[in-house]
Each structure stands twice: as C-alpha cells, then as structure tokens.
Design a protein around this ligand. Structure first.
Ligand code: NAG
Ligand code: NAG
Ligand code: NAG
Length: 362
C-alpha cells in the first residue's frame, strides 16, 4: 500500500469512526481530516480492511464506487461547519486534546448532546447527500442518475420544458440514511437512548435541508436570446446555502426532554403540545459557554482569538472575549505597489508598507 493510500485510509477511518463513535482510531492529531478529499480512497484495499462497522462493510462491498463520495461528503460537512462558525465562540475546531475512547475528530461536541452536536450531525448527513447526488448527476453511478421522472414534462403554453440534468436527491438521501442511521437498539441508560434518538433526528433534519433547498434553473432559447422557449432543470443549492439554513436551525434549535417515553418531547412544558418538525434541530443538554479553556472537554476557550473591535456581532471583541477585554497588536504588511511598466520589457514596483491593528482576546 502506498503512503497516499495509507493517509487516505487513516483519514477515512478517523472521520467516520469518529462520527459514528464506532471505535477509537488510534492517537491521531487534529490535522487528519484536512484535505481528506485530496487523497483517493484506496478502493483496491477491499472493504473488509476498511475501518467500518459490519453494516457499513456490507454496504461498502456492494458499492465500493461510493467511497470517494463518502470522503467528499465528509470534507464538505467539515468545511461548512468551520465556515459557518468561524466567528463564534465555538468555532467548530477539531480538538487536539482527545482523550482515549473519545472521538479524535470533533471531540466533546460529538457526544455532548448539545446544539453543537446537533449541527455536526446534520451538516455531515447533508454533506453525504450532496456529494452522492453530485456523483449521480455526473453520470458516475449505474444505480442513480439525473431525475428521469421529469423527462418530457413541462408546460408548452408557458414556454418551458424540463431538460438537461435535474439533480435527484432520492438516492443520496437513501444512501445517507443507510450509511449513517443506526437503528436504536437496546441501549443501557436513558441518556444514551435519548442521545441516539436525537442524533437520528438531526441526521434527517440535515438531509431535509438539502431537499428543501432544491431550486429550478432555466436557460433561454429562441432568436437572439428572446427566451421564447426555456429549458429548466432542478438543482441542489450550493452547500454553503445549505450550511446557512442549518446554522439558522441551530440558532433556533429545540431542547427536548431527557426523559424519552414513546417519542421525543419538547422540554418546555408550555410547548409540549407543539409537534417537533422534522426539519428542526434538537438538543438535550445546554452548551458550555466556550469562553474559558476546559482541558477535560477539549474546549480551548477564546483567549488569543482574533476579534473585531467595531462589530456588535458574535465576532465583536465584546462578545467573543466574554468581557475579558482584548490586546491590540500592530501588524505590518509589505506588498508590491505603484508598479510601472518600463519599456521594454519589465515591471518595476515599490515596496509599500501598511500597518493594521489586530485585536485578540485576553
Ligand atoms: C466522476 O468520476 C470522475 C472520474 O472518475 C471524477 O473525476 C469526478 O470527480 C467524478 N465526479 C463526481 C461528482 O463524483
Ligand atoms: C431488547 O430488549 C427486549 C426487552 O426489553 C428483548 O426482548 C430483546 O431481545 C432485546 N433485543 C436485543 C437485540 O438485545
Ligand atoms: C468588523 O466589523 C465591521 C462591522 O460589522 C465590519 O464592517 C468590518 O468589515 C469588520 N472588519 C473585519 C476586519 O472583519
């Protein structure tokens, strides 16, 4: 096995094992997911040797060609999590201080049952739908393709018809469920049972976000772009948009009771009667405030984080630094400037220096 394959393997291992808390993947650093998609998955290794549970191995044996999409889905999910939370106290950072037996990937947040857990599950499940569907539409798969139910449809009177390749999320949804959703078995303790139910719900909420944000694109035909006839197709939104919706769901997420009876219920007694929507993100436990370092949980705290002095938002020094104040350093930038073209043939530039203030939390 070559080195790239090994690296790819260790990344895949870390990623899904961590996500599913299947087993510890050894003492890896916090870097292993970086660029997971830049390495090919070693398909020739065979599914039996991949670090998957028995259900996933079965699935893998049947569909080894899906492994690149799994890697890509994971990359999408992680990247979007980092991006959506880059200005927040919890910035979706992978923890370095993973204690044995806990996930080396998202660490504490993966099993804490908090809003952050909810977002991670939703965005990872959505990422898998997105990447598998892309692969279907690209014609890379025999068992899925563009949405064929739309062929020949449309409205002649309104001057448009379905054409091109419409993304069909059904296969991706199916695969994401099959790969990620484990049936709730007899687990010991109420806590783990409610956490499992919560995770399953949030997986589905992530997938629903992809389906909900399907949109229609059209292209005009006709004499000199007159748009007399339009060809339209359904397309998934960019993963950024999906991440944005999920961030919104995170901000409005619903706390559920940790006592699970026949089904999950809202914790807020006044709202018990309101059914839980399948697109809502659910959590059980309150989040820590993420302000100060907590070594045990692998929370780094916000000390040293860069903040924005003039912003009123989460990235503002006030909120991000939790009222501790901030330090200001002057950072010098040097760049080429005032470049002139000298006849003939070179460009001469000056070196310009500029100073900017950078604020970091105390
Ligand atoms: C489809 O397969 C080709 C060749 O294997 C690959 O380069 C491309 O990235 C794949 N596209 C998707 C969306 O999976
Ligand atoms: C689950 O629990 C029920 C009774 O509570 C028992 O009958 C059943 O065999 C258990 N299933 C497994 C897979 O342990
Ligand atoms: C800081 O926040 C202000 C107000 O929200 C914004 O206009 C500005 O671009 C931000 N600065 C940086 C460096 O992000």
């Amino acid at each position: 096995m070559d080195r790239a394959a090994l690296l790819g393997l260790s990344r895949l291992c870390a990623l899904w094992a961590a996500l599913l808390a299947l087993f510890p993947c050894g003492a890896q650093g916090n870097w292993m997911w970086l660029g997971i998609a830049s390495f090919g998955v070693p398909e020739k290794l065979g599914c039996a040797n991949l670090p998957l549970n028995s259900r996933q191995k079965e699935l893998c044996k049947k569909k080894p060609y899906l492994l690149p999409s799994i890697g890509e889905g994971a990359r999408l999910g992680i990247q979007e999590c980092r991006s959506q939370f880059r200005h927040e106290r919890w910035n979706c950072l992978v923890t370095a201080a993973a204690t044995p037996g806990t996930s080396p990937l998202f660490g504490y947040e993966l099993s804490s049952g908090t809003k952050e857990t909810a977002f991670i599950y939703a965005v990872m499940a959505a990422g898998l739908v997105h990447s598998v569907t892309r692969s279907c539409s690209a014609g890379n798969m025999t068992e899925c393709s563009c949405d064929t139910t739309l062929q020949n449809g449309g409205s002649a009177s309104e001057g448009w018809h379905w054409g091109g390749c419409s993304d069909d999320v059904q296969y991706g949804m199916w695969f994401s469920r099959k790969f990620l959703d484990f049936p709730i078995r007899n687990t010991t303790g109420k806590e783990s049972k409610v956490l499992l139910a919560m995770n399953l719900h949030n997986n589905e909420a992530g997938r629903q976000a992809v389906a909900k944000l399907m949109s229609v694109d059209c292209r005009c035909h006709g004499v000199s772009g007159s748009c007399a006839v339009k060809t339209c197709w359904k397309t998934m939104s960019s993963f950024e948009k999906i991440g944005h919706l999920l961030k919104d769901k995170y901000e409005n997420s619903v706390q559920i009771s940790d006592k699970i009876k026949r089904k999950m219920r809202r914790r807020d007694k006044d709202q018990r009667k309101i059914p839980i929507g399948k697109d809502e993100l659910l959590y059980v436990n309150k989040s820590p405030n993420y302000c100060v370092e907590d070594k045990k949980r692998g929370i780094p705290g916000t000390q040293g984080r860069e903040c924005n002095r003039t912003s009123e938002g989460a990235d503002g020094c006030n909120l991000l630094c939790c009222g501790r104040g901030y330090n200001t350093h002057v950072v010098r930038h040097v760049e080429r400037c005032e470049c002139k073209f000298i006849w003939c043939c070179y460009v001469r530039c000056r070196r310009c220096e500029s100073m900017t203030d950078v604020h970091t939390c105390k």
